[in-house]
Design a protein around this ligand. Structure first.
Ligand SMILES: C[S@@+](CC[C@H](N)C(=O)[O-])C[C@H]1O[C@@H](n2cnc3c(N)ncnc32)[C@H](O)[C@@H]1O
Length: 294
């Protein structure tokens, strides 16, 4: 059977659909067709059950809501609240995630907020995961003046371990809440460190990570410190490291409880890569979290 259709969408939305459909639009046919949206459809006769009514209604609603939204330029109405709505959306997800993940051996939720809790948590993980003597790759994203970098360097004594630090050293490349672009600058210089196991990559992660990755000896356990604060840097780093992550690797997040930044990056990452990250410890009301790659 040969069917000439005016618009292929009409065809797909129509319950009179057939089992096998071949559509083509060869250029030579343009001579005979009034415009490019026309198709010739060859249908193999044999009907299949039409899609359920609720699905068609849902699709109709979604499609036309979008058309109306764009047509009426409703972004002008919603723009002032978009950041609030985004935060609310990820806070809701974060709260649900926290309730599901509360039963880990190290978790102080709910407790008084204090940034000082981070080294106690780090120490617990280092001991529990035997990171003092084994050869590791320590990768820190967001080094600034090197506080956490130096701390980890002092914790592991294995001469085969390597410590890589990534940063612009000119501060955040974009605003992050009340912190403005350029915050946490180390005056355009990596920290001075007297340990040959340490190496710094200066520049945006978006420019340095791919140059570094061929250098990574992935036979060692990776210990990753995510301390870039902002969503773009965090999601970019996790995405770039994904092919190199292996079971047992450890990932620290230093600002996990910020819903629209590190938490959003974490959520988007695990959803997109189907990688399972198991929470092993959390401190300061989930502000600092530690995961093991499952
Ligand atoms: C909070 S500071 C890091 C603090 C440090 N780990 C410490 O313990 O003191 C965040 C750092 O991330 C860096 N950063 C954020 N996004 C970046 C990006 N896309 N590329 C390079 N560095 C970035 C900033 O330059 C800043 O120094």
């Amino acid at each position: 059977m040969l069917v000439l259709l005016k618009d292929h969408n009409v065809f797909f939305d129509n319950p009179l659909s057939y089992k096998f459909i071949f559509l083509w639009q060869p250029d030579s046919w343009n001579l005979f067709l009034p415009n490019r949206r026309d198709f010739i459809a060859v249908c193999y006769i044999g009907r299949f059950t039409p899609p359920p009514k609720e699905r068609l209604m849902k699709l109709f609603f979604i499609r036309y809501t979008k058309i109306i939204f764009i047509h009426l330029r409703l972004h002008k109405l919603f723009s002032p609240f978009s950041s609030l709505l985004l935060n609310l959306y990820y806070l809701t997800k974060f709260s649900a995630w926290a309730s599901k993940n509360k039963n880990v051996p190290y978790n102080d939720f709910p407790s008084k907020w204090s940034y000082e809790k981070r080294y106690k948590l780090y120490k617990w993980v280092v001991e529990k995961e035997h990171l003092e003597y084994t050869p590791i790759n320590y990768l820190e994203f967001g080094v600034a003046a090197g506080q956490s970098f130096l701390w980890f360097l002092g914790q592991n004594s294995n001469t085969d371990s390597r410590f890589y630090g990534f940063d612009t050293f000119t501060g955040l490349p974009e605003d992050w809440g009340p912190f403005k672009k350029g915050a946490f600058s180390n005056n355009n210089q990596p920290p001075a460190i007297d340990d040959t196991r340490a190496k710094f990559y200066q520049g945006l992660f978006q420019q340095t990570i791919h140059k570094f990755l061929p250098e990574l000896n992935n036979n060692k356990r990776n210990v990753i410190m995510m301390d870039a604060d902002i969503y773009s840097a965090t999601v970019y780093t996790l995405t770039s490291l994904a092919p190199f992550l292996k079971t047992g690797d450890i990932i620290f997040f230093d600002e996990f409880a910020v819903p629209s930044h590190e938490f959003k990056a974490f959520t988007d990452f695990v959803q997109s890569f189907y990688i399972k990250l198991e929470l092993i410890a959390a401190a300061n009301n989930y502000y600092f979290t530690v995961f093991r790659v499952a």
